[in-house]
Design a protein around this ligand. Structure first.
Ligand SMILES: O=C(O)CCC(=O)C(=O)O
Ligand SMILES: [Fe+2]
Length: 217
């Protein structure tokens, strides 16, 4: 947050998993929130995701580049209105490049082509899972906007301990790759009302950028 007495430091939470606090300034956060509002509109807009077991994800989601539904990527919104997924914008490709550079000191060479955007209201959360539907081992890039969340970053073996709970605040960048690429992670809690006042957003948006490893049809 702006005006922090002691600024938070870049932190390597696990090998290859790096937190860069306050990476996006407020203006950039505002631009991204405005863009998310557009991306969330139909067609191929934000939807509720059903899991094969009959459950429902509490975070709502919209995808860019490739559409994700449990547990694969498709070109159309197969679990929604059936329309073609919105394109992956060059802006996010550039952001991915600078994000990996900020986290690791050098940019990931792969071309990012997918964004998954999750919206959390005060009661939403996300269970521990691995991001394993990509056919690429390129790092996953996570950008947080709005309310702070508790983000749980675990190990590659199981959903349980050891894990680290950290706060992801609006503007924070988190990148996980290398030996941490397949680490289990989740969002146990949102801290309502913690978004920066200037953002005009209730709840939390998270944008993950990924490399699908798929050829465009
Ligand atoms: O909201 C977050 O910070 C995590 C999102 C996530 O793990 C995912 O989209 O796979
Ligand atoms: Fe994930």
């Amino acid at each position: 947050m702006d005006g922090e007495l002691i600024p938070r430091d870049r932190a390597e939470v696990a090998p290859g998993a790096v937190l860069v606090p306050d990476w996006l300034d407020l203006e950039r956060q505002r631009e991204l929130v405005a863009a998310c509002r557009e991306w969330a509109r139909p067609p191929a807009g934000m939807r509720t995701v059903q899991t094969p077991g009959g459950g429902v994800m509490t975070a709502k989601q919209v995808c860019l580049g490739w559409h994700w539904s449990p547990y694969r990527f498709t070109a159309t919104v197969e679990d929604g209105d059936g329309r073609p997924v919105k394109p992956f914008p060059p802006l996010l490709g550039e952001l991915a490049h600078s994000a990996t550079e900020a986290a690791y000191g050098e940019a990931e060479p792969s071309e990012y082509d997918v964004a998954l955007i999750n919206y959390y209201d005060a009661d939403a959360r996300m269970g521990m899972h691995q991001d394993k539907d990509e056919r690429s081992d390129a790092s996953v890039i996570s950008l947080s906007l709005g309310d702070t969340c508790v983000f749980r970053f675990g190990n590659t073996e199981s959903r349980s301990r050891p894990y680290t709970d950290l706060e992801l605040r609006s503007g924070d960048l988190f990148v996980f790759g290398g030996p941490s690429r397949q680490a289990f992670h989740g969002v146990p809690r949102i801290l309502p009302g913690t978004a920066p006042a200037g953002l005009v957003l209730t709840g939390r948006l998270n944008i993950t950028l990924r490399v699908s490893g798929l050829d465009r049809p």
